[in-house]
Design a protein. Structure first.
Length: 356
């Protein structure tokens, strides 16, 4: 058993049980949490006594609100002042992405209970597993373009493969989805009422795993209701088909519907550099396998840490909380597209690698 103050990895019956245990921080992931989860999954993959893994969040507000990027930003700003060597910025993303890959390749059922807020790194801890259980309280998003970052944790592989440019829409706008849409687009696999999760976990612990997880889940699943975003699939497919962010905005403005106006307004609040990077990331991600997507994302993080907008986004959203970031450049027209490709180059200290 691995137990820390931030995450508890223990066994119960034939289940490896992971509890993200930072409820006051909405269970945001730290580097030690990523390392502990990775180690537990490595051990349980080869433990014949463990038939499946269940991951959940402590408290009643969030499954996982993301990675603790404020700490990364603060360390990066200290590096710029000459106060450290920038190690955390290299190692946090490295260890998080290795954990994401461990989940993706885990050979046994991996049941994520995405009850409550599930964003950024929380998507990475859930979406790559075999079973993703949404509830009526689930609120999921990849809001990274609003903090000068980009959708990561392997979502360049996931979002780029969603049908009808839905993934492009989600990646650029940071739109928040509830259970019906998560189910409609395959981001969640099952819907269970939040008040039944405890009973579900209890049954999974004593389950006959020869029949698989679905035999237990079938006794708890419920109808999530009608999806909302699915009603706008045609509009999204048309407006987000452009190969430049400017073209997407032009299409949204030309459509003029309430939904299109909302999407355009959201885009105009995001980091222009992040928008350009994200659209290119999605284009490339659609052609790459999962490991290559993680390598690409790692390169982007290291490039972002050398820029301006990530630090400004964290300041505006998480530190000062004035919600008024001063992006540089402040508009899409100021982003030199000839330099976008430079963000995808390997960092001087080397690419992301995957140990056994």
């Amino acid at each position: 058993m691995i137990r820390t103050d931030e995450v508890q990895c223990e066994t119960a019956g034939a289940v490896g049980l992971i509890t993200l245990n930072r409820p006051k921080a909405l269970n945001a992931l730290t580097q030690p949490m990523c390392l502990a989860i990775d180690q537990a999954l490595r051990d349980w993959a080869h433990d014949d006594r463990i038939a499946a893994v269940v991951v959940r969040g402590a408290g009643d507000r969030a499954f996982c609100a993301g990675g603790d990027v404020r700490v990364v930003a603060e360390e990066g700003m200290a590096r710029r002042r000459g106060e450290n060597d920038g190690r955390l910025g290299r190692e946090f993303f490295r260890d998080e992405y290795r954990m994401n890959r461990r989940i993706k390749t885990f050979p046994k059922p991996y049941v994520a209970l995405i009850d409550g807020i599930t964003m950024g790194g929380g998507i990475g801890v859930s979406v790559h597993g075999s079973h993703r259980i949404a509830t009526e309280r689930t609120l999921a998003a990849m809001p990274e373009t609003g903090i000068g970052l980009f959708p990561d944790v392997g979502t360049s592989h996931v979002l780029s493969r969603l049908p009808g440019r839905i993934g492009i829409y989600l990646a650029l706008t940071g739109a928040r989805l509830k259970a019906p849409d998560l189910m409609a687009f395959g981001i969640a696999t099952h819907h269970v009422s939040s008040d039944r999760l405890r009973a579900l976990v209890d049954e999974l612990i004593v389950a006959d795993w020869g029949k698989g997880a679905d035999a237990v889940l079938s006794r708890h699943i419920s109808d999530p209701g009608a999806p909302e975003l699915a009603r706008h699939r045609a509009l999204i497919g048309h407006c987000f088909a452009g190969d430049r962010v400017e073209a997407i905005l032009d299409a949204l403005d030309a459509d003029g519907s309430e939904f299109a106006r909302g999407a355009a307004a959201a885009l105009r609040t995001m980091s222009p550099t992040s928008l350009k990077l994200t659209l290119e990331e999605m284009r490339r991600g659609a052609e790459l396998d999962f490991d290559a997507c993680l390598v690409m994302e790692y390169r982007l993080t290291q490039s972002i840490l050398e820029g301006h907008d990530f630090y400004e986004g964290i300041r505006a959203q998480l530190i000062d909380k004035d919600r008024n970031p001063k992006w540089d450049p402040p508009a899409l027209a100021g982003v030199d597209e000839r330099t976008i490709g430079d963000y995808f180059k390997a960092p001087a200290h080397g690419d992301l690698t995957f140990p056994a």
